[in-house]
Design a protein around this ligand. Structure first.
Ligand code: E4P
Length: 219
């Protein structure tokens, strides 16, 4: 399972990319706003800077609700960087835009997916990846990881090539469970990536090795 960063914050992305384990980035309008990115020109500059830091697909989300406007936005985004994934919602308008843009060879990240049926529609419309939102389903008392598992199972049975991208990841356990559920990619905030790297016994072990080495060196 590949790991993506879910952020539009340049410092966070630089920080996460330093680990050498990040294969892509997902952004959305809320993440852009949180990072102080306002307006299309600022979004474009931020996306171009992100693409210079991370070598992999960078998801750029459309703002419009109308399918024709989504298509125009998607075509524009596709010129911004070498490896764009245009993020389109799991709505009727979104599926219409997905079909048009995927037919033009543009890569699509189907976002805001909350059901297997939506995932099936996205796959038919040519989505490169579908993003089930785990945390947001958990938040309303549903089982977000069950959706990741169901989509992965159905795609396997149906031999669908669309990748399962576990999104709205809230902690390291979500990430581990997404891998177990068969997700091809998980996108996570920097704090989750850092928690994945951390174990108290590793820290204690490093400290002990260093102390023993120093003791032996000093004789
Ligand atoms: C995915 O591409 C989304 O940007 C993201 O995972 C949404 O997560 P949230 O539910 O924490 O906002």
């Amino acid at each position: 399972m590949k790991l993506f960063l879910d952020s539009a914050d340049i410092e966070e992305i630089k920080n996460g990319a330093m680990l050498g384990v990040i294969s892509g980035v997902t952004t959305n309008p809320s993440l852009a706003a949180k990072a102080g990115v306002g307006g299309v020109e600022a979004y474009k500059l931020a996306i171009q800077e992100i693409a210079s830091i991370v070598d992999g697909p960078i998801s750029i989300e459309v703002i419009s609700d109308d399918p024709d406007d989504m298509i125009l936005e998607g075509r524009d985004y596709a010129t911004w960087i070498d490896n764009p994934w245009v993020k389109l919602p799991s709505s009727a308008a979104g599926f219409q835009a997905m079909k048009a843009l995927s037919m033009e060879g543009i890569q699509i990240n189907q976002t805001l997916c909350f059901s297997v049926n939506q995932a099936l529609l996205g796959a038919q419309a040519g989505a490169t990846a579908v993003s089930p939102f785990v945390g947001r389903l958990d938040d309303i008392g549903e089982d977000g990881m069950a959706l990741v598992r169901d989509i992965a199972d159905v795609f396997k049975i149906q031999e669908i090539k669309t990748k399962v991208l576990a999104a709205s990841i809230r902690g390291p356990k979500h990430c581990l469970d997404a891998a177990r559920a068969g997700a091809h990619i998980a996108t996570m905030p920097l704090n989750v990536l850092k928690q994945m790297a951390k174990h108290p016994l590793t820290d204690i072990g490093i400290q002990k090795f260093n102390e023993d080495w120093e003791k032996a060196r000093k004789g």
